[in-house]
Design a binder for this molecule. Sequence first.
Ligand SMILES: [Zn+2]
Length: 314
Amino acid sequence: RFRDQRYTVVEGDTLEAIFKRKQLSINELYEIIEADEPYLELDVLQPGDQLIFRIEREDNRLEALSRIVDPSKTVTYQYNNDDFIYQEELTPTDKIAEVTRGQIDGSFYVSASSSGLTDNGVMTITQLLKSSLNFRRDLRAGDHFQVIMERETVEGKTIGKDRLLAARVLSRGKEFGAYLHSDGSYYNAQGESLVPALLRYPTKKKYRISSHFNPRRVHPVTGRVKPHNGVDFAMPTGTPILSTGHGRVTRVASHRYAGKYIDIDEFGPYSTRFLHLSKILVKKGQQVERGQVIALSGNTGRSTGPHLHYELHI
Ligand SMILES: [Zn+2]
């Protein structure tokens, strides 16, 4: 009854273009984009991404669309009663600790990269130790560093989520360390936290919460049950939005329903997401400080009034 078609995303592809080429209904696409709003897993496609279309032979109706997010995670939008339901399939991962040692020869970035550390690893270490160690001024040729990174794999393939477990820089007889605790945060050898707690609110002033986190919310516009994976704060359009932690901007995008939005990967266990913005003031890849103005709030996408939708993920 169904045929499965695998599709590999190429440069410049959009879901809309792929649907058109496959002569699939654009309404089905919008239903799927709507089902994806709480997750935004389909919003940014990269060349090489794998999609699987399950299509009914008889009438070319889409039964399901899957995206292989990484070797450990596949998301599926499954047709059900004139709607598409989001499902996740997770494969257990193996975690391997990798030790890297090196000596300073040139900048920390150059030395650490040439000993095999990823940009993300270098950036995390620099952020964590910068309050006690001035990487540009204090390091000398011959200083040492030791790093343990955790790499998550499925059948030997990395899923692209490397995590710093520990780092130690030995500079002129002094030791600077950062260690990941089971609470997901980093501490030095004296047990002092290296990651300041996130701001409680992403705004300078505190605004009224107009909608709470709710996994079974009935959507105010569509009447369908759909998870609300964040908190809505009612505020006038143009209100400055603050980064709640130190982190790196991982996505700047615009979505039919979520509007203009930003994702930030925080140093430490969290990531944050901001939807329905009117203006975005940061770029993808940029590092942001806690309290930095990153955007102006708005009412973009499908929204019942000016507000900020704020998500905090662990
Ligand atoms: Zn919301």
